[in-house]
Design a protein around this ligand. Structure first.
Ligand code: BGC
Length: 989
């Protein structure tokens, strides 16, 4: 600092007040290296037993040794008592040496820097040259050479025997990344001017208290001196502070007054970040520094992990620059310790079920993640309990999915959450899975399209969707969930053709921000470590730029396995993606570019979804339900209900009926939603079937109820139900099968005597209608004896009004089954215990691609009700198929659908493709559908676009379309396909 360059008036002022604190550390010596470690205190990650303590490796006695437990990693550290310049480390290994280890140094015993690359040990003495400064030195072993632990007779550290000197002639802050709380005049006085070595340029803040300027030294260093060259606008109260992560700060000085001029301070502390934290200005102007100089012990930093210093007050905030540029800007200012903050949860369960911490120094906001797929879950109130996602899928209507998603997006935003933990898009492989209700379909195309609608709805409201759970998670398995027994054995073709496509579709077509990986293993690899699924299939194959988060506690193993496997964010805590991830990067086990890619993915979505542009969008106490939302809940419940049988009893006519018997515990206490993380509280209160039907039937109809049987019925009384049914014009029996996360069902037969109730009521009244509230398929031993059946799934809080609207024909049923209903469990593709729930640490997906209708078609088994099936109060006809195809398989398929009945209604024409037998595919597979509404007599031509990919199969490494004749089938279910045609394909054309 040359005083002569200062203005004269300042020079005079300065002379009077200059304060210089002397640096008293002796200078660096150049004597022969001295043994620094002997007799100093040592610590280790473990000891084999009390006979082999860490201290034995630094006691100078090569007959005693430290020996660790037989596990990786392990470390032995010695405290040199103060910082020293280091030159050599000598390891005297016992027979149990390290196959891979590094020598590391630290100034604070927390943050470690590598002094060597990953090195192999050897039995006996090993001498390594090192260069660095620090107080703590350790051997960090990552791989043992033997089945025993790590064992050292002696661990010797050599270097300068005088404590390393404070390097008072070198400015460690020079040109380092620097940030300030603000800059005056839109950046005319940037923070970087205080570390540019030019005393003629300065940083100047806005005129407000408090303000700070912070320098990143690039690595943790022992800070021993600070020089502040104040302009006239100095601080009347400030402190020098230090931090290892840029977040939490320790004071190196008491609050003190600045002065106009040069102020030199002796300090002592270690950290990577040093800041001047100003509490009070001395003038009416801001804070202004010509230079901010920092002295450290030992050599100045040579490398930094950050690049260009950002300027001013978090310039990436509210910037109009493209997202990628804003991410670059922010990442250039981030240390690895800061990067990992956005890569893991903070372990708290509030305000949301998952929470990341903010980084105030970089203006990075916190992020809140909340369940789940059927609306705002995790016990929050004031929200809409939507019908379950199976009901949504049963609408076969992408627009309904968008509406449902929009309601979710609005309610999550209103609660201030940033990420919806949903939708669940796993394939329904078996009707006994405890989470079938919260997912969509047994078909990957149908699941994918429904998911695209829902995700677009959610994300259209500025909330991220985290689709879950990648990719083959289709059984709870009781206590084995998340253990190595939870091991799905699946072939590669099935994984690619059945379980991955819905995920890939929702990433490419739906642009979902995030994916959750699952608890289970796939062929022995934990899903959250599965590079083939996460890196290859989800990221590389799609070019997607979102992030993958773990399920709650599904991150296992170690930071390298998870990060290298493709996981980007750990939830709910940071056991692996906190310090362990930083260590893994320092040890070369996770590359810096992998860490950067993970960070970039999370930040990209945070920028895209406006988290840097606006504050919280709401709070958990807000009431976010509304009349419009409950209307959507009712509409989806009605549109998703499937009329399975109707002998003419439906729709009911309030004018010609005198009495209705409602039976079953569910008429009053219905199964509106399943259990677990997808459970949602109704608000203000759910409408039960009794209330909904009584209101709709009107005063001219007597509506009476007797429970008879049901899950929550304390004293079953089937005869009482029969008696009521007998004397009523019509009987409606409500029956349910409750599902919940963590619990699979033991059967697909209705429980709690409900089948007996239905049979008895049907025998008493030929006009018996059964309303089922189940999450998936159940058997119906009474089917031939009842007059009507409606599958309503779990209809959400507007259940009563929705079912009344269907029973009385205000809404014409148009739902279609998203799952096959088998005649019995024995007919199912997954009937064997080895297949579901699995045995001996294996869940065999031996049915391969023959999931759902594919199985029943391949085996020629007649289901009770096929996939895609659903009746209406009108009828539809299919005609006029045309196929215009190119040799590569691209085709346009057209068909005419006519409402041949007497009521307006909606139909879902479905397109299936059958591949040539040689391709070894299931007989036919859904590749298109549309929901259209027609008035009586009206016809509409529907158009399907077929792509070569729709005709392709996975050949082990890519999608291939073979030469051959491909069947085209159009109809109203997987088992009723009256229109047929072909597409002739020539491979390679
Ligand atoms: C479930 C996830 C859910 C998470 C947070 C887990 O047990 O599998 O689907 O999002 O908990 O509640």
């Amino acid at each position: 600092m040359t005083l002569a360059r200062w203005p004269a008036w300042l020079f005079a002022a300065l002379a009077a007040v200059i304060v210089t604190a002397l640096l008293t550390v002796p200078g660096v010596g150049h004597a022969a290296p001295a043994l620094l470690s002997q007799g100093h205190s040592a610590a280790s990650s473990s000891a084999e037993n009390a006979t082999f303590p860490a201290s034995s490796a630094v006691d100078g006695d090569s007959g005693t040794r430290w020996s660790s437990q037989a596990a990786d990693p392990q470390w032995l550290a010695v405290d040199l008592g103060g910082p020293h310049s280091l030159s050599q480390v000598v390891l005297n290994w016992e027979a149990a040496y390290a196959k891979a280890f590094q020598i590391q140094v630290s100034t604070d015993n927390v943050n470690w820097t590598n002094l060597t690359p990953v090195t192999a040990g050897n039995v006996g003495v090993q001498t390594l040259s090192v260069s660095g400064t620090g107080r703590y030195v350790r051997m960090y072993g990552t791989q043992r050479a033997t089945q025993w632990g790590y064992s050292l007779w002696e661990f010797q550290v050599y270097g300068d025997d005088t404590a390393a000197a404070c390097n008072a002639t070198v400015n460690s802050a020079l040109n380092q990344p620097v940030l300030a709380s603000s800059t005056q005049d839109a950046g005319a006085f940037p923070a970087s001017s205080a570390v540019d070595g030019n005393p003629g340029t300065r940083w100047s803040s806005v005129a407000a208290d408090p303000q700070w300027i912070r320098v990143d030294l690039g690595s943790v260093r022992q800070v021993c001196g600070v020089e502040l060259d104040w302009e006239a606008a100095f601080a009347s109260s400030f402190q020098i502070q230090v931090s290892t992560d840029g977040n939490s700060w320790s004071n190196l000085t008491q609050p003190m007054a600045g002065l106009a001029g040069n102020q030199t301070l002796t300090v002592n502390g270690s950290g990577r970040y040093v800041r001047m934290n100003g509490a009070q200005r001395a003038t009416q102007w801001g804070y202004s520094l010509w230079e901010f100089i920092i002295h450290t012990v030992g050599a100045p930093p040579t490398t930094t992990t950050t690049t260009q210093p950002p300027q001013g007050d978090c310039p990436w905030v509210k910037s109009t620059a493209p997202v990628a540029q804003r991410v670059d800007q922010l990442m250039a200012a981030m240390t690895n310790a800061q990067k990992v903050v956005v890569l893991h949860g903070n372990g708290a369960t509030g305000p949301y079920i998952g929470n990341t911490d903010p980084i105030p120094a970089l203006c990075v906001p916190a992020m809140g993640l909340q369940d789940g797929p059927a609306g705002v879950g995790d016990s929050l109130d004031g929200v809409t309990e939507l019908p379950d996602p199976t009901a949504l899928a049963a609408t076969w209507d992408v627009n309904a999915a968008k509406q449902y998603g929009t309601v979710m997006g609005q309610e999550f935003a209103g609660k201030g959450a940033n990420v919806v933990l949903g939708p669940t898009i796993n394939i329904v492989r078996d009707p006994r899975w405890g989470r079938d209700f919260e997912t969509y379909s047994e078909d990957p195309y149908h699941a994918g399209q429904t998911a695209v609608g829902a995700v677009q709805g959610i994300q259209g409201q500025g909330v991220m969707a985290q689709v879950k759970h990648a990719a083959a998670y289709n059984v709870e398995g009781g206590a084995s969930r998340g253990t190595p027994s939870d091991n799905v054995i699946i072939d590669d073709r099935t994984l690619h053709e059945i379980y991955l496509p819905a995920f890939q579709t929702v990433l490419t077509q739906g642009q979902a921000a995030s994916v959750m990986c699952a608890y289970n293993q796939i062929n022995g690899t934990p899903a959250c470590q599965d590079s083939a699924v996460m890196n290859t299939a989800l990221k590389q194959a799609t070019g997607w730029d979102g992030f993958i988060g773990s399920d709650w506690g599904s991150a296992t193993g170690g930071a390298p396995q998870l990060a290298n496997g493709g996981l980007d964010m750990e939830m709910p805590g940071g056991a692996f993606f906190g310090q362990a991830l930083i260590d893994a990067v320092n040890q070369g086990k996770v590359s810096q570019s992998t860490l950067d890619d993970m960070t970039r993915r999370v930040l990209t979505q945070m920028f895209k979804f406006g988290l840097f542009d606006h504050g919280a969008t709401g709070n958990t106490g807000a009431v976010v339900t509304s009349a419009a939302h409950t209307q959507v809940a009712q509409d989806v419940a009605a549109q998703g209900s499937v009329l399975l049988k109707n002998n003419g009893v439906l729709p009911l006519s309030a004018s010609s009926l005198k009495s209705i018997a409602l039976l079953g515990g569910d008429a009053i206490d219905p199964q509106n939603i399943g259990g677990g993380s997808a459970k949602v509280n109704p608000s203000p209160a759910a409408v039960n079937p009794i209330n909904g039907i009584t209101k709709r039937a009107g005063s001219g109809v007597s509506v009476q109820w007797v429970a008879g049987a049901g899950e929550h019925v304390q004293t079953p009384d089937i005869p009482a139900a029969v008696a009521l049914a007998q004397k009523s014009d019509v009987a409606v029996v409500f029956a349910s099968y409750g599902e919940s996360e963590t619990d699979d069902l033991s059967s697909i037969d209705l429980q709690f005597s409900q089948n007996d109730l239905i049979s008895a009521v049907a025998a008493a009244n030929p006009r018996t209608i059964v309303v089922l509230n189940t999450g998936s398929a159940v058997t119906m031993p009474w089917l031939n004896n009842v007059a009507g059946v409606i599958e309503g799934w779990y209809p959400g809080q507007e259940n009563g009004d929705a079912i009344a609207s269907l029973l009385f024909g205000d809404v014409n049923p148009s739902g279609k089954l998203p799952v096959t209903f088998p005649r019995s469990m024995a007919d199912m593709p997954t009937a064997g215990a080895q297949q579901f729930p699995g045995a001996n640490d294996r869940i065999e997906y031996s049915e391969g691609m023959n999931v759902g209708y594919r199985w029943y078609d391949a085996r020629n088994i007649t289901p009770l009700f096929p996939f895609g099936f659903g009746l209406s109060y009108t009828t539809f006809g299919f005609s006029g198929l045309t196929v215009s195809a190119q040799a590569n398989g691209s085709a346009t398929v057209r068909a005419t659908v006519t409402n041949t009945g007497s009521k307006a209604g909606a139909e879902v024409p479905q397109l299936y493709i059958g591949q040539p037998a040689a391709n070894g595919e299931p007989p036919h597979q859904l590749k298109g559908y549309q929901k259209i509404t027609l008035t009586p007599g009206q016809s509409q031509v529907v158009t399907f676009t077929v792509t070569p990919r729709d005709l392709a199969h996975w050949n082990g490494s890519a999608w291939t379309t073979n030469t051959g004749s491909y069947g085209v089938f159009v109809g109203d279910s997987s088992r009723n396909l009256p229109l047929t045609g072909t597409i002739a394909v020539t491979a390679g054309s």
